[in-house]
Design a protein around this ligand. Structure first.
Ligand code: PLP
Length: 397
């Protein structure tokens, strides 16, 4: 047991030679409570954003009972970690063996699909089960999101009628789901997608029991400050209320990023400075995949006992591997006197960050430290600022 009041305390106490993952369970718990209390329906956690068992338990303890899983490994992981959780297998293209095991061994009853072939596969694998909740994924625009999910999955206009009618025949409960793309920057993304749902329902004239608006709820990053989540919830609620669905129909959502982004950050060390380029000890093959491959900007802070008074300047980062692609353009804003040996906290890596780490080229990170201070940014902070408390912290591994 170590005591570290903050990321700075961790850097000073450990002087870590490898990256250190910081976790903030109370930030994930606060996000979960927000969705549980304010989303006008049920919130499923999309496990792929961050499958850490500690995070899964934190979300469960905060009221998240349903989990969106996409692979048989995720099914097994959540079944093992949270035996009472309800699992929804929402990948539209599944291995038949995965459906078989999910249904027969783990009690999964909810599956998504976007083709007749997948419907037939699900019926074969489950032995023509009569207790299935089947969600037809329809294609919607990703134009309001930072990361598109529009080209891979989803039935097109022209395909949905036949698919909805066939699925209605097979399903105990029929759902329609979509994904507006990740980090949707306006509630209008959902309003527009719900209009597509309306057109599909009207055309197929089927009774629909579940509307699942998917993920896409934003978090907060430099240069990406979204509107309040309540505005997204209001827009979704209004859209749902106006749909021609059965009176007892349910509204679901599947947030990944919004529930996990604030959970983790990272302490890295600067190993070399070359002009405005910093060579740090984590990168594209570690927790910074999105920073490297899609130019995502994360908040950064210099961790120095004596605060720097130098002017702020934009830096790019090189990761530790021997590969030119291990480069993150940023710009990441840091004081101009940053130098080799300095530690930097990189924030908001709980979603699609710490989950993406590989051991490529021998660089990885095992140290995890739990903090209970505020994350570097938050969409859920109370209006009244509470002072940062000095905390007892557990040191993992
Ligand atoms: C990735 C994914 C999510 C989570 O998306 P976020 O943008 O992280 O909220 C939800 N549902 C499905 C089907 C997904 O593929």
């Amino acid at each position: 047991m170590y005591e570290h009041p903050s990321a700075l305390g961790v850097a000073i106490a450990l002087k870590p030679a490898a990256p250190v993952t910081l976790i903030r369970p109370q930030a994930a718990a606060r996000a979960a409570r927000f969705f549980v209390e304010k989303f006008p329906g049920r919130s499923l956690y999309a496990v792929k954003a961050n499958p850490s068992p500690e995070l899964l338990r934190t979300l469960w303890d905060s009221g998240i009972t349903h989990y969106d899983v996409a692979s048989i490994a995720e099914v097994r992981l959540v079944a093992r970690t949270l035996p009472e959780a309800k699992l929804c297998f929402m990948h539209p293209v599944k291995a038949e063996e995965a459906i078989f095991e999910a249904y027969h061994t783990h009690g999964v009853r909810t599956f998504s699909l976007d083709t007749i072939d997948e419907l037939e596969k699900i019926m074969r694998a489950t032995g023509d089960a009569t207790d299935l909740e089947l969600c037809v994924r329809i294609r919607v625009s990703s134009e309001y999101s930072e990361l598109s999910l529009a080209s891979k999955f989803g039935a097109e206009i022209g395909e949905t009628k036949e698919l909805l009618m066939a699925t209605r025949q097979a399903a105990d409960a029929l759902g329609i789901c979509f994904h507006v793309g990740s980090q949707a920057m306006t509630p209008h993304a959902y309003t527009q997608a719900i209009e597509r749902v309306r057109a599909a329902i009207v055309e197929a004239a089927v009774t629909v029991d579940i509307i699942d608006v998917g993920g896409g709820f934003p978090s907060i990053y430099p240069g990406m400050e979204p509107p309040a989540l309540e505005l997204y919830f209001d827009a979704i609620h209004r859209g749902f209320e106006s749909l021609p669905v059965s009176y007892s129909s349910e509204l679901w959502c599947e947030p990944g990023r919004a529930l996990s982004a604030e959970y983790s950050s990272l302490i890295v060390r600067v190993e070399r400075r070359r002009g405005d380029e910093l060579y740090i000890n984590d990168g594209a093959y570690g927790a910074l995949f999105d920073a490297a491959h899609i130019g995502w900007r994360f908040p950064v802070a210099l961790l120095r006992e004596q605060e720097s008074e130098a002017e702020m300047k934009g830096f790019s980062f090189y990761g530790p591997t021997c590969d030119d692609m291990d480069h993150m353009v940023g710009p990441f804003m840091l004081p101009d006197d940053v130098q080799a040996g300095d530690y930097i906290e990189i924030g908001m890596l709980g979603a699609y960050g710490c989950a993406m780490r590989t051991g490529f080229n021998g660089f990885s990170s095992e140290t995890v430290v739990e903090l209970d201070d505020e994350p570097m940014a938050s969409l859920y902070r109370e209006e009244v600022e509470t002072p940062r408390r000095a905390n007892v912290v557990k040191l993992g591994q």
